[in-house]
Design a protein. Structure first.
Length: 292
């Protein structure tokens, strides 16, 4: 018997669109580019040869169109893993649930999702302007811990090694960080030979969780130094951002392909930032459009 999704679990608007995104199933392409800033959707779509739809709802702005013969959806998520939880679940529902019967479709539809964003570099080889493709993502947000199958898609050994290295106990390791490897074929295709590949930490905030201290002191003043020094099987933690882990984890659980590509706008180690980064982000956008 097919699973039935009641109204309270899958909310469908009166016009047949999914609750938060306000998208109808026919609006969704198999290739999806996710951006945080709603204003960046128009920048991505400015490269499209033609546009099919343009939908806005809250922080979620979506345009579907074509680029060099490829049908692509670009969608803004806003900031944070909590929003990624909404976006990825609703995109999967659009692709794999029949909204008429509220049951699973007969054939699984796999999506390819690439997040384009900005980040803070943590190593000497990630100065401002560097493009980083997330080979693995580590979540400080705890989101994936609420889903069954979490351990099956995570690298439990690196999780253990990281907590031991950080020396975190009690409140400092709750919720437990999780580590998910991105789809290898997608990483190879998107990163090519000109992007740094590494481990990205998705933080639950911009200040304290990323080791920034303004007026509030940090629970672990040495957090960033220890993170920068951590190495596992030849991989180092290359950058901080706020969404990659939820995208990687949920996609792997659902059977989709996903990775995150970010441009470094601040190097935490060098304590340098580029506030004029918006004039350069289009280079990353064009690269992802060509390779997705």
């Amino acid at each position: 018997m097919k699973k039935y999704y009641p109204e309270s679990e899958l909310i469908i608007n009166s016009d047949g669109s999914v609750f938060h995104l306000h998208l109808k199933p026919e609006f969704l392409a198999d290739k999806v580019i996710l951006v945080g800033d709603p204003g960046r959707v128009a920048l991505v779509a400015s490269h499209f040869d033609e546009k099919e739809c343009d939908v806005e709802s809250r922080e979620f702005h979506t345009i579907t169109g074509s680029y060099k013969g490829k049908r692509i959806t670009v969608l803004s998520t806003g900031i944070g893993c909590d929003n990624i939880d909404i976006v990825v679940n609703e995109l999967d529902a659009l692709a794999n649930i029949d909204f008429g019967t509220r049951t699973d479709k007969e054939e699984f539809r796999q999506l390819t999702m690439v997040r384009i964003g900005t980040c803070g570099g943590l190593q000497e080889n990630t100065p401002a302007g560097t493009f980083i493709c997330s080979k693995k993502s580590m979540g400080f947000d705890g989101l994936l811990n609420f889903y069954a199958g979490r351990n099956a898609v995570c690298d439990l050994q690196i999780e253990k090694a990281f907590l031991n290295h950080m020396g975190w106990t009690g409140n400092m390791c709750q919720p437990a960080p999780y580590v998910v490897e991105a789809d290898k074929e997608l990483v190879d295709r998107i990163a090519g030979e000109d992007m740094v590949r590494g481990i990205t930490i998705a933080c639950g905030g911009f200040f304290g969780p990323q080791g920034r201290q303004l007026r509030l002191p940090l629970a672990d003043p040495n957090q960033n130094r220890k993170i920068e020094e951590f190495e596992y099987d030849g991989d180092r933690i290359t950058n901080f951002e706020m969404e990659s882990s939820a995208l990687a984890g949920l996609s792997k659980l659902m059977g989709h392909k996903a990775t995150t590509c970010c441009m470094v706008i601040a190097n935490r180690r060098a304590q340098k930032a580029d506030t004029g980064y918006k004039s350069h982000i289009d280079d990353l956008i064009k690269t992802v459009l060509d390779r997705i």
